[in-house]
Design a protein around this ligand. Structure first.
Ligand code: UD1
Length: 374
């Protein structure tokens, strides 16, 4: 039988956590099934390029050195997407894979899916079907287009399956497999067992953890001031640790908020590596965030999460997990904090299939289907 080849594409910080367990599952598959081995080639688009946004993640997640580094860097959405497409086309032409695997919803996800599909290659999308119904989020556009093109749609939660069926995607392409981000989380926590929870923490006692980077929250100065005003008040009660994303760092400096907030209430940190971030996360009493991944990670860890947005593409974290949508107004955020202070927090439970086995399921389906095409 001809050996099958997969091209795995990743480019931005949240992609690395989703692709790492797939690489591990492919290695395990190949060891267990040497006669049915799947070749796999990792491509790093370079959308995120600062060491703390990229290299430390590859290291912490045990991701092997990518075979191709496209080095696209920053740019407007059109420029970044176009640069990835141009460079990825060359890689596809050289590697001639049987299928391209893309993960998540960043610009690199869309660019690689679009390029591969136009070259007649099959595309698998990991984390398919999530919808916020908010087209002001670039990620929502990336999700919709990527799903419209993909031949395998690997959903992380039932809402993903429902959305894809409602959009007319054929049921045979849709697979509810669980969440590869959770695979990474459980794997890392296991490897960190026995480590001091507080190791690497700049302080003692209870604290909250904040991350903020969505353009709609950090780009308009008024919105950023409103959110940071609420965070500062919370910080007087419960110190807030805040690893700052490069986009947000620039906005905090432009608005003068970076210096105004310098104090003990809100402690600004550089972006952390995966394990460093997990150490901070697992000791937190409360998380405030506008990230997608953290809504899922807090649900698995049972930590109350305030999502500073009006919608979420991950409704299971609200329905079953510890997530609460608190909106973006100062009043909304503080009202939620008041309930938290009174001990009225969501307990939540871990959703079905968020068990560390998502990547294994994905690899088994890909192997079966690619063999079927022989
Ligand atoms: C991207 C993803 C978003 C994801 C986020 C996680 C898209 C549309 N958005 O947003 O879904 O949640 O990553 O981090 O793909 N920058 C650096 N160093 C880096 C990377 C970025 O300084 O390593 C700067 C860029 O120059 C730019 C800003 O940060 O000024 C934003 O970067 P960009 O990759 O465009 O989008 P993110 O906001 O990171």
């Amino acid at each position: 039988m001809r050996q099958r080849k997969l091209l795995l594409a990743a480019g931005a910080r949240p992609n690395f956590m989703k692709v790492a367990p797939i690489i591990r599952a492919l290695q395990a598959w190949n060891q267990a099934n040497p006669d049915r081995a799947l070749l796999h080639v990792l491509v790093h688009t370079g959308q995120h390029y600062d060491p703390e946004m990229s290299d430390t993640f590859l290291l912490d997640l045990d991701i092997p050195q990518p075979a191709h580094f496209l080095g696209v860097g920053p740019g407007s959405h059109a420029v970044q997407t176009a640069k990835v497409m141009m460079a990825f086309e060359e890689v596809c032409a050289k590697e001639r894979p049987d299928a391209v695997v893309v993960v998540g919803d960043v610009n690199s996800t869309l660019a690689c899916a679009l390029t591969a599909k136009k070259m007649g290659m099959a595309v698998a999308h990991v984390e398919a079907g999530l919808r916020s119904r908010d087209l002001s989020m670039p990620e929502e556009i990336n999700r919709m287009v990527t799903d419209a093109l993909s031949d395998w749609l690997f959903a992380s939660e039932p809402s993903g399956v429902e959305n894809l069926l409602a959009e007319g995607r054929p049921a045979r392409c849709i697979h509810l497999v669980g969440n590869t981000m959770v695979d990474s989380l459980l794997h890392a926590l296991h490897s960190m067992d026995g480590e001091d929870v507080a190791e690497g923490l700049p302080g003692q006692g209870p604290y909250a953890l904040l991350t903020l980077h969505r353009p709609t929250n950090v780009d308009p100065p008024e919105r950023l001031k409103e959110i940071m005003g609420a965070v500062e008040l919370i910080g007087r009660d419960l110190p807030v640790y805040f690893p700052v994303h490069p986009r947000t760092k620039a906005r905090l400096q432009e608005t003068g908020l970076a210096t105004r907030m310098a104090g003990d209430a809100v402690r600004q940190l550089p972006p952390l590596g995966y394990k460093g971030f997990l150490r901070l996360l697992r000791g937190a009493s409360l998380v405030l965030t506008d990230s997608g991944g953290l809504q899922e990670e807090t649900t698995v860890l049972g930590i109350p999460c305030f999502t500073i947005r009006d919608n979420t593409e991950r409704p299971i974290t609200v329905q079953e997990g510890t997530n609460t949508l608190v909106g973006t107004s100062r009043e909304g955020i503080l009202a939620a904090f008041e309930l938290f202070r009174k001990g009225r927090t969501k307990k939540g439970r871990r959703p079905a299939l968020w068990d560390g086995g998502a990547a294994k399921r994905i690899v088994e389906i890909l192997a079966r289907d690619l063999e079927g095409e022989a």
